[in-house]
Design a protein around this ligand. Structure first.
Ligand code: ZN
Length: 229
């Protein structure tokens, strides 16, 4: 078994010890450890290969990332990797795949955990003369926005509103939807006012409208019987 086989599914352990900071080991857009930038790179670790993709300097796998970073030839890179994982290690089994529902639940938990800025809600609502507030409305000062192609547009303020419950008559759900409609209709101006360029605001607003509807739907999912979904 060669170094690359032994290194499979172990890149999260290997790369940080060979100069790749953990911030570059996330499957979301950010700066490239090789060529910088802001959001041109992501680490997707397909099949445990340490794979990454950069819009600027191209795609590769874990060993390529190390070779490019340090200017190593293949043998040098393998020797360095062997120095960390040894030469007689058994291959590591891939982690059990997450079910889509678990992934969505995790994404929702993350979005809620990051929304810790009530000032965002205040600014967003008072700017359009809405004085009502709800403890269910959370503010995220740096929420990632994606366009229709799932490319990161940037980080901008956002209101996050989990559906917390659904009355037997669906009343709670209707309230949330009506409120969302107000926010959608006016959020383009808000995003522009928060420093987004007109093009960014247009891309975000289109994606935002879709994502809000999606979120309302997704968050409602756990409260609706499977037969009604
Ligand atoms: Zn790059």
């Amino acid at each position: 078994m060669n170094t690359i086989d032994r290194a499979r599914h172990r890149w999260m352990e290997i790369l940080p010890r060979l100069g790749i900071d953990r911030q570059f080991l996330q499957n979301k857009h950010g700066p490239c450890p090789l060529c910088g930038g802001k959001d041109r790179y992501r680490f997707d670790d397909k099949d445990g290969s340490g794979s990454y993709y950069c819009h600027q300097c191209g795609a590769g796998v874990g060993v390529i990332l190390l070779r490019k970073l340090h200017g190593w030839d293949f043998k040098t890179a393998c020797d360095e990797i062997d120095g960390i994982i040894g030469t007689d290690a058994a291959p590591v089994a891939p982690p059990p795949p997450q079910k889509p529902d678990q992934r969505r639940a995790e994404a929702i938990r993350r979005a809620i955990a990051q929304a810790v800025s009530p000032a965002v809600v205040d600014a967003c609502l008072s700017r359009r003369g809405i004085s009502a507030r709800s403890p269910a409305l959370l503010g995220d000062a740096r929420c990632p926005y994606f366009d229709d192609d799932r490319r990161l547009v940037g980080h901008f303020p956002a209101m996050v509103a989990p559906i917390l419950g659904l009355g037997s008559d669906g009343f709670t759900f209707l309230m949330a939807t009506a409120f969302t409609a107000v926010v959608i209709a006016t959020s383009r101006d808000y995003l522009a006012a928060e420093g987004a360029s007109p093009q960014q605001a247009d891309r975000m607003h289109a994606a935002f409208t879709k994502s809000v509807m999606l979120h309302v739907t997704a968050w409602t999912r756990p409260y609706v019987g499977a037969a009604d979904w």
